[in-house]
Write a protein that binds this ligand. Structure first.
Ligand SMILES: [Zn+2]
Length: 456
């Protein structure tokens, strides 16, 4: 007999059902920040909504489409022998360094080191993946997107992929969100984007406040719905890209900001996540965070942004999982954040291929990934106990059924699954071969054969 495995993933509808109450994702305009620094992605959306009414709805539509499609693709992959076949994509990147003072003019070496960090984090090659807690390791994801500093500029000339430009702007964070995008135009002391369909533009500049306060580390716009590009509201193709505060760029930045408090070189990873359409893990819910989800199944619900590294925190009592402090899309400090989830990388890959589709070049097609190392029903052979593991953090009743070689059902037992694992103990059956089925609410999700060995 051969085993059959199907990935179990909640539909959007079920997720909504699960968090009954307010489920208004709707790009909430209020955000409560529990710390002194933040990413400005969400407030920039509000700004764009003000300029182009309908913009946020478009971003929302695109997000839901991406999440839904990513889940469908995941399920399809899992049915296909349980080993996803996938492709690595490369994206050309240009960094524009804007400086008024010498310390703002970061050396190319810092940019190159920053690129190495981004590549490691997007390909799950960073050494600190060992710090991902066991409970989250099964859902850690590899985006398989690689970033290269451009070697050719839009005119076809050789380039390092890094530009350095002097500016008279004291800061690009004058207080209003409307003023920040000045960094993206040479008419306003900034630098014009290179063709944003072909390059991921990163602007590095001073984002301290006019009173020199360190509060904003970066921002990026998510991809608007492709259909929306032709609409009258929003044609700001030249604004697509990532903006980073210069003191948070590179692992060896001269500013030497506290690694206990700040996101430092992981800021770029976070903003790249936004650029490919990811939301914050806490769902930007302000004070209602526990009923506002990011609609990613494998990031547990959390009340608000977490800063520092509070690994013991579970901020919402309506789930039993700790906050996913390790996630790049939280505000956890540089040494603490070390993962995207599988559903997050599915969303980013979907957006790369559909909403930023001229950007990704195929690098390795059909790269075979190693087959899953998790044996879903184990040990096999078993004695009086079988454990089952799935790849979601969803709590539910799980039923085990065992059938003997005559096809007679000899065991039917139900257990409540709280983490990834559920244990079926006291299995009182004779030695021999059995067909095992795992069911969720009468649907078969896993089927295999197991052998009962010598009993105690
Ligand atoms: Zn953010």
């Amino acid at each position: 007999m051969t085993g059959k495995r199907q990935r179990v993933s909640l539909s959007l509808a079920l997720v909504m059902k699960r968090f009954l109450g307010v489920v208004s994702l709707a790009l909430i305009s209020f955000i409560g920040f529990g710390q002194d620094f933040h990413c400005g992605a969400v407030e920039q959306l509000d700004h764009m909504e003000h300029l182009y009414p309908g913009y946020k709805q478009s971003v929302n539509d695109a997000y839901f489409k991406a999440v839904k499609e990513a889940k469908r693709r995941n399920q399809a992959h899992q049915k296909n022998q349980g080993a996803p076949i996938d492709t690595t994509y490369t994206v050309q990147v240009v960094f524009h360094v804007l400086y008024r003072t010498p310390d703002q003019n970061l050396a190319d070496s810092h940019i190159i080191q920053q690129m190495e960090i981004i590549n490691a984090c997007f390909n799950r090659e960073n050494a600190d993946t060992i710090n991902t807690r066991e409970i989250f390791k099964p859902v850690a994801g590899n985006a398989r997107i690689r970033f290269e500093l451009a070697s050719e500029d839009p005119q076809g000339n050789p380039t390092t992929g890094i530009t350095h430009t002097a500016t008279n702007a004291v800061t690009f964070n004058m207080g209003g969100t409307s003023l920040r995008d000045r960094v993206k135009s040479s008419d306003t002391e900034g630098v014009d984007a290179w063709d944003t369909d072909k390059y991921l533009n990163v602007w590095v500049c001073n984002l301290r406040s006019t009173t020199n306060r360190l509060s904003l580390f970066g921002y990026a716009y998510p991809p608007p719905d492709a259909d929306f590009w032709g609409a009258q509201y929003f044609k700001a193709k030249e604004l697509q890209g990532v903006v980073l505060h210069y003191e948070a760029v590179g692992p060896n930045n001269p500013a030497n900001l506290s690694r206990e408090s700040y996101t430092n070189e992981k800021t770029a990873v976070h903003e790249f996540g936004h650029y490919f359409g990811l939301r914050h893990t806490w769902g930007d819910g302000g004070f209602n965070g526990c009923i506002i989800d990011d609609f990613i199944d494998d990031t547990p619900i959390s009340l608000r942004a977490n800063a520092g590294c509070p690994l013991d925190r579970n901020s919402c009592s309506n789930d039993t999982f700790p906050d996913q402090i390790e996630n790049y899309m939280d505000y956890s400090n540089a040494d603490c954040s070390n993962m995207f989830t599988q559903d997050q990388v599915s969303v980013m890959r979907y957006n790369l291929l559909n909403l930023r589709k001229d950007l990704g070049e195929k690098e390795i097609e059909y790269e075979e990934l190693p087959p899953t190392i998790i044996q879903n029903l184990y040990p096999n052979p078993f004695n009086a106990e079988l454990k089952y593991q799935d790849d979601t953090l969803i709590e539910k009743w799980v039923t085990l059924e065992l059938y003997n070689t005559l096809g007679q059902k000899v065991v039917e037992t139900k257990r409540w699954k709280e983490g990834y694992n559920v244990t079926f103990d006291h299995l009182d059956v004779a030695q021999g071969y059995y067909r095992a089925m795992i069911k969720y609410e009468d649907e078969v999700y896993f089927e295999t054969s197991v052998i009962r060995i010598q009993s105690n």
